[in-house]
Design a protein around this ligand. Structure first.
Ligand code: NAP
Length: 234
């Protein structure tokens, strides 16, 4: 059994991030959680209060580059070592390239890609050999879906960034995993009517990530693709 890790999860209050919190918090010594809504973060800390895990909340809008910069400065002061960094926060904004607001792509590039770029660059020096960097990518990292090309552009860009981080972090002994879930029940699917089995549960994704983390340091699950059994929703 590994020592109790220090874990950082972005987008920790809802959806897949919340399920990751439930999976990792019982095993963690310290858990750092990031999201925008302070009330949700406080509630999350309260819900975890019975666990033997110190929860640190970091309200931050990761779509704002200056807020990301400040977050990194704060974390560098607060954390002595970081065993698991889970870049989960991300957003899907629908639209078509020719008609959507150009802000769509800019916003998603900042949140889905550039904030993660900054966090890894700013925090990797705190990560010891055997530490684990995990990015929440998507099945849209590999193919285009109708109605969400800009999201797919950001997830493709994130994919090559993850691969390059893997290459650069390998000599430092840091494992890198790209998680590519298919449609997963979360806040972003609210109001859309599907049979229950057409969406993964966030817990399925969190369990798969947990198994990747559980591997010994000499092995790495580099990519993890997980879909509902009946496939993607086109
Ligand atoms: N759900 C799916 O079908 C699916 C499939 C494949 C991949 N993914 C990927 O999985 C990740 C999580 O998706 P999800 O559907 O679980 O998300 P979600 O349910 O919408 O939750 C998003 C989380 O991120 C936080 N967040 C959103 N915008 C933020 C910002 N600007 N700054 C900081 N935190 C922010 C939210 O809290 P606040 O609102 O308080 O900030 C919340 O905790 C994303 O990267 C997504 O692309 C999702």
């Amino acid at each position: 059994m590994k020592n109790r890790p220090t874990v950082l999860i972005t987008g920790a209050t809802k959806g897949i991030g919340r399920a990751l919190v439930d999976r990792f918090a019982p095993a963690a010594s310290d858990l750092h959680v990031v999201a925008r809504n302070v009330q949700d973060l406080r509630m999350l800390k309260e819900e975890l209060s019975a666990l033997d895990c110190t929860v640190h909340v970091h309200p931050c809008d990761l779509s704002d580059p200056s807020a990301v910069k400040q977050l990194i400065v704060d974390l560098q002061k607060e954390i002595s070592h970081l065993d698991v960094l889970i870049n989960n926060a991300g957003v899907y904004l629908p639209g078509l390239l020719l008609t959507e607001s150009a802000d769509n792509l800019n916003y998603m590039m900042q949140l889905n890609v550039l904030s993660q770029y900054d966090l890894v660059r700013g925090l990797h020096a705190l990560m010891p050999r055997g530490a684990h960097l995990i990015h929440m990518a998507s099945v849209a990292s590999r193919k285009r879906f109708d109605g969400k090309p800009s999201y797919s552009i950001t997830k493709h860009a994130q994919g090559i960034m993850i691969d390059a981080f893997r290459h650069e972090l390998r000599p430092l002994g840091i494992r890198v995993t790209s998680v590519m879930p298919g449609p997963t029940w979360s806040h972003s699917w609210e109001g859309v009517e599907f049979p229950e089995n057409r969406l993964l549960a966030a817990e399925h994704v969190a369990n798969a990530v947990w198994h990747a983390w559980e591997l010994p340091p000499e092995a790495v699950m580099e990519e993890l693709v997980i879909r509902p059994f009946d496939g993607d929703i086109e």
